[in-house]
Structures are given as C-alpha cells and as structure tokens.
Design a protein around this ligand. Sequence first.
Ligand SMILES: NC(=O)c1ccc[n+]([C@@H]2O[C@H](COP(=O)([O-])OP(=O)(O)OC[C@H]3O[C@@H](n4cnc5c(N)ncnc54)[C@H](O)[C@@H]3O)[C@@H](O)[C@H]2O)c1
Length: 269
Amino acid sequence: MQIQSGQVAVITGGASGIGLGLAEAFGARGLAVAIADVDPATLEGSVQALRSAGVTTVGVLTDVRDPTQVEALRDAALAELGRIDIICNNAGVVPSPMRPLWEFDLDEWYWVLDVNLRGVIHGLRSFVPHLVAQGHGHVVNTSSLAGLATVPGIAPYTASKRAVVGLSETLHAELQQHAPGVGVTVVCPARVATRLGESSEFTRPGGQPSAPSPTTEEAPPERGVITPAENAAAVIEAIESDRLHVAPGDGAHRLAARRMDLVRESLGL
Ligand SMILES: NC(=O)c1ccc[n+]([C@@H]2O[C@H](COP(=O)([O-])OP(=O)(O)OC[C@H]3O[C@@H](n4cnc5c(N)ncnc54)[C@H](O)[C@@H]3O)[C@@H](O)[C@H]2O)c1
C-alpha cells in the first residue's frame, strides 16, 4: 500500500517507544493518527507532543486486554478521523526478571499472553472486517525477534510473540484469498531503545504507582540498539513494498536464520 497524506493510522501502545515512533513517522508523512494506550498520563503527553508537531492526533485510553475497549477504539477513530487505513497492533509487555520457563507463575503467563496475544487478537477482530469491507488497508502487528528466533529467559513473551507471527502469516494467506488489497506486516525487531521494561512494571496488575517517562530516544545508548524512528522507517518501507516479515535491528536476520537452520537440520532437509 502506498502511504499518502490524508490516510489514518491507529496504533495501540502508541503513547511511547515503538508505537510513538510509528505515530511520528506516519504524522511526518501527512497521516492523522489515533494513539491508544493504557497509561493515561503518558498518552496525554504524547497526544500533546504530536499535535505540537502538527500531527492530527486523537488519544484513546484503551486496555487491549478488553475487547470492548478495542471496539470502542475503532469507533472513536472512525468518528473523529473519518477513516482507518492502517492498524498497528503494537501494545506489549515483557516479564521480568528473566528465568527458566518452569519458574514463571501462572499470573505472569496470563498477564503477558493477555496483553501480547489476546490484545492482538482483539485488534484483528475489531479492525480487519473494516479493512476487508473497504477493500484496502494494512495491518501491522508488532512481534519481536523472539517471534522468529529462540530467546531463552522470557518464555511467556516468546510464546506470545511466536503466536503473533503465526497469526500474521495466517491472516496474510487468508487476505490474499479474500481481500488482496489488504496487506499484513509482522514486525520482529531486535533491540529498540524504549522504556519497555519500566512500562511493563507500571502496567502489570498491581504494578508500580508512577509511570516512567515516555521516550522515543534520539541516540541509541548501546551498540546494536536501534531507535523507534529507525524501526518506524523499516515498517513504512515494509508497508509500501507489501512485505510480510520485517526484522529491524542488528543481528536480527542472523539469529532468525540460525533458528530456521535448526528447524531444517532437525527435519533432515
Ligand atoms: N523495545 C524493544 O527492544 C522491543 C523489541 C521487540 C519487540 N518489541 C515490542 O514492541 C512493542 C512496543 O514496546 P516498546 O518497546 O515500544 O515499549 P514501550 O513501553 O515504550 O511501549 C509499550 C506501550 O504499550 C502500553 N501498554 C502496555 N500494556 C497495555 C495494555 N494492556 N493496553 C494498551 N496499552 C498497553 C504501555 O503503556 C506502553 O506505552 C511491544 O509489543 C514489544 O513487545 C519491543
């Protein structure tokens, strides 16, 4: 899909990090954005910042774990911005500390799967029928390098992100048959400079009382860590070239290839 001024993008987890980077990049291309987030203070600050940069922006307080709130997000975007061209199912959390799979308690499993997997399912159920009915649009699902490669220590996260890759590939195959004008991209970044660890401690049930400050950090603090803006540029390129998988960041391709080699070896191919 060609990205054009006047289109509308909806972004969950849009108040900070990768989601805010996408909102800024879409805004710079003349799109209006609806950003949705569960963190009200950060959401409000990011709405103001985007508007100050000249981007037509709507902020919708949304917990992606609740399907009715995700439906309300779609309705609010349509009511206030008049159309929807791109849906980014991006909200996510990461468990901590890292530990072996069998040491995560069930509350931790269910929280991560609720946000990272059910949240994406809610987004797909609420937005895809609209895109199919209009015959064009693009779905962007934020997975992770963990969706393509093996990352020990964060099993609930890896399980959720692998599932998002599976959902995206299935959706892509089905849309090719039923609505070929609607594209799908699953984003599998390596490391992006965001507040993911801190925000997860804030948004988790019973989490810390005060939110960390939002960021789309300018300079990567560590080697191999990309910025949300660099991630967004890769996503926009993938949307415009209708690419299903994109893995921005250092080492992502090598690690994904290593896992695929392992599968090939195991299967004797
Ligand atoms: N930062 C990385 O290195 C990295 C790498 C690969 C994938 N990702 C993925 O990118 C996505 C965005 O994360 P980020 O790194 O930008 O972190 P971030 O903390 O900056 O952004 C995540 C946003 O999601 C929001 N959120 C959390 N729970 C929510 C809920 N239930 N409903 C609605 N919003 C909710 C948070 O408030 C936050 O604003 C996540 O899905 C994450 O798993 C991040």
